[in-house]
Design a protein around this ligand. Structure first.
Ligand code: ADP
Length: 454
């Protein structure tokens, strides 16, 4: 087991990892940027090192500074959290070459699943359903038009290296496809350093269903059931729940088995997530695998009773998986609302600034993962996630009622947050019935189905 871990991240996930380490008896080192000097993760870790300026490139993405901090503090593991360097295959290799364990899958698995075209190809060869579309990177407009003709509009242009809902464009005709192709290639090159894009069928009103995978280095692989992440704004998740109202026991078994097959095909050993889109007719398709812990992992923890961060650390330490598939029991229901420093009534524009009034919710069925406190200054440089509010109950209805009550208690002032929007959704009869698709929120808010829709 590790004796000391450096957490190469900030915000709520750094706090979450520090807590797990403390419970495992592992010492912790926080890193921080100049903008995060007074952050909670800095206060909670045993040691803390400033790795650079406020901008992420200068600090949380600054590999030489992070490796120096790890060497100075003599850690034996680095936990990357999510975002930042968590899916950076070369960073994982650098850690290993410095004799520091990267707490995640192998660089090879990261690289393979980090390329959506290669990942889809591997899944197809492994007998896992994929969305019809181009089999390799689209080189020119003739290529793109030929594919669109074969699969029929609407289609979506996606960056092979895309993530976080970025680098995607929905197209309904040839003219739009040609312009989307050029902008997507240029954007993908600029944002991800890889201009490869592909075209696939755009499914109408699907649900986003993903499976949590847990695998050890000896190849034992299990799934911990699904999360339903259908409530999104512009292809980015906002509310997640476990289990899914659209998945019954039979479908769970089938999708779960394929998720395990997907992870095994990628040679996967850590926590990870296999994402699918579930179509209206009940067919489902692999879209990607996320090779890290995800923001929404707490809903799975709530219904399985399994601590995913501890399992991830144990797997990285080479411990054999202590849980068998048959031991995994899903009990009750859990929902997570992402509380972002954004103004939903103004195109979700970021709202950094000082929080002067802060009153967190509590009581039975409530879990709050956050780095926020009264007097905290929300910096403008990073992701706008302030807190994850997770509620659970025996039934979906009960989990929603607890969420409604917890949202009422929750005060974060004076900055704008997504709390009012969550209250609105929790009161919506369509949401209560669970009859939703990925366009639910954009329709309800009269937004474009995609922020980048062509
Ligand atoms: P990212 O890596 O940026 O998160 P994903 O490929 O995981 O991108 O897709 C994110 C979301 O975009 C999905 O949950 C879904 O809402 C939408 N999406 C992606 N591909 C398709 C598709 N072929 N048809 C319909 N919606 C899609």
């Amino acid at each position: 087991m590790f004796s000391k871990i450096l957490i190469a991240n900030r915000g709520e996930i750094a706090v979450r990892v520090i807590r797990a380490c403390k419970e495992l008896g592992i010492r912790t080192v926080a890193i921080y940027s100049e903008a995060d000097r007074n952050s909670l993760h800095v206060r909670l870790a045993e040691e803390a090192i400033c790795v650079g300026g406020a901008k992420a490139e200068q600090s949380y993405l600054n590999i030489p500074a992070i490796i120096s901090a790890a060497e100075i503090t003599d850690v034996d593991g680095i936990h990357p959290g999510y975002g930042f360097l968590s899916q950076h295959a070369h960073f994982a290799e650098i850690c290993e070459s410095c004799n520091i364990t990267f707490i995640g899958p192998s660089a090879q698995s990261i690289r393979l699943m980090g390329d959506k075209i290669a990942a889809k190809d591997l899944m197809r060869k492994s007998g896992i359903p994929i969305i019809p579309g181009s089999m390799s990177a689209v080189r020119n407009k003739e290529d793109a038009l030929k594919t669109a003709r074969r699969i029929a509009y609407p289609v979506i242009v996606k960056a092979a290296a895309g993530g976080g809902g970025r680098g995607m464009r929905v197209c309904h005709n040839d003219v739009r496809l040609i312009s989307a192709l050029m902008t997507c290639q240029a954007e993908a090159e600029a944002s991800f350093g890889n201009g490869d894009v592909f075209v696939e069928k755009y499914l109408q009103e699907p649900r986003h269903i993903e499976f949590q995978i847990l695998a050890d280095k000896a190849g034992h692989t299990i799934h911990l059931g699904e999360r339903d992440c259908t409530i999104q704004r512009r292809h980015q998740k906002l509310i997640e729940e476990a289990p899914s109202p659209a998945v019954d026991h039979k479908l769970r078994r089938k999708m779960g088995e394929l998720a395990i097959r997907a992870a095994k095909a990628a040679g996967y050993a850590s926590v990870g997530t296999v994402e699918f889109l579930l179509d209206k007719d009940g067919s489902f398709y692999f879209i990607e695998m996320n090779t890290r812990i995800q923001v929404e992992h707490p809903v799975t923890e709530a219904v399985t009773g399994i601590d995913l961060i501890k399992e991830q650390i144990r797997a990285a330490a080479g411990e054999p998986l202590g849980i068998k598939q048959d031991d995994v029991k899903l009990e009750g229901w859990a929902i997570e609302c992402r509380i972002n420093a954004e103004d939903p009534s103004n195109g979700f524009s970021p709202c950094p600034g000082r929080i002067t009034e802060y009153q967190p919710p509590g009581g039975p069925g409530v879990r709050l993962d956050t780095h926020v406190f009264a007097g905290y200054d929300v910096p403008p440089y990073y992701d706008s996630l302030l807190a994850k509010l997770i509620t659970s109950g025996e039934t979906r209805q009960e989990a929603i009622r607890v969420m409604q009550r917890a949202l009422e208690e929750f005060l974060i002032e004076p900055i704008r947050t997504t709390i009012p929007l969550h209250k609105q959704i929790m009161n919506d009869p369509t949401f209560w019935r669970g009859q939703i698709a990925t366009d639910y929120l954009d329709r309800q808010l009269h937004l474009q189905p995609s922020g980048e829709s062509e």
